[in-house]
Design a protein around this ligand. Sequence first.
Ligand SMILES: NC(=O)c1ccc[n+]([C@@H]2O[C@H](COP(=O)([O-])OP(=O)(O)OC[C@H]3O[C@@H](n4cnc5c(N)ncnc54)[C@H](OP(=O)(O)O)[C@@H]3O)[C@@H](O)[C@H]2O)c1
Length: 252
Amino acid sequence: MDTTPYRQLVPRGAGTDALAHVRALAWPEPAGDSERPYTLVNFVTSLDGHSTIGSDSRGLSGGADRELFYALRERADAVLVGPGTLAAERYKRMLPARERRARRLLEGRPAEPLLVTVSRSGRVALDLPLFNEPEARVLTFAPAPPVAARLAATVAQAPPAPLDAVLRTLRRDHGVRLLVCEGGPTLFGALLAAGLADELWLTLAPLLAGGASGPAVVSGPPPEGPAQATLMGVLEHSGTLFLRYSLRAART
Ligand SMILES: NC(=O)c1ccc[n+]([C@@H]2O[C@H](COP(=O)([O-])OP(=O)(O)OC[C@H]3O[C@@H](n4cnc5c(N)ncnc54)[C@H](OP(=O)(O)O)[C@@H]3O)[C@@H](O)[C@H]2O)c1
């Protein structure tokens, strides 16, 4: 685990591994609002811009991408996921590797990040492995409370709210300072439109998905004009590029 060597292309540096890379990063307070978490969005896409092959992203994500994905989860206080993604990707527990959970516990943090989802309709699939995981902690912002009695996970519910209010609640009531959003495209579009996405980690998989593929990484209501992004870092492994962009310029 975390042994994959990545070339560090921007800024140019010695090779790194996923855990060392993520641990070395510092995240500032979110622009213009210290009452919400810093919000980092993580996606993988094909060279031709598709976020799925078939119905999910598994065909796009290789071992090096998964290491960074889990290193980010290890660092996150909470992970925000749309109900479409929860269902399509069949979410399981957040940190399957015991070493990752042990490191968090040693730091005095919960073993796994809180999983947060938002739904105005209340259609959140409960038949996922995640909800049968006794150590999982889930918070839904949705109209109907989940039927918690038959779920092994700890599931709390809050009423639906605008995304900025959701994020402020996460910081104020749950101590969330780093929020990692794992999509999907609809939720990312809503975060962008609300000016709530601070950073994008985009894995560019070296393949062309073509016709049997899904949407781009952003869908839903467009923000007011194109959102500007500023390149902050590039890693490379076996032709896969790991791009890190600041989205703060999008709001200035
Ligand atoms: N390549 C990748 O890295 C990647 C990452 C993630 C997902 N994906 C793929 O993307 C697809 C799923 O994406 P998706 O866009 O259909 O679904 P999604 O973004 O995961 O979830 C969409 C749902 O989120 C809820 N939502 C969004 N904005 C909201 C807001 N402002 N307030 C309250 N609720 C809000 C809505 O639920 P309600 O309708 O219930 O209100 C909406 O229908 C899957 O195929 C998945 O495999 C790929």
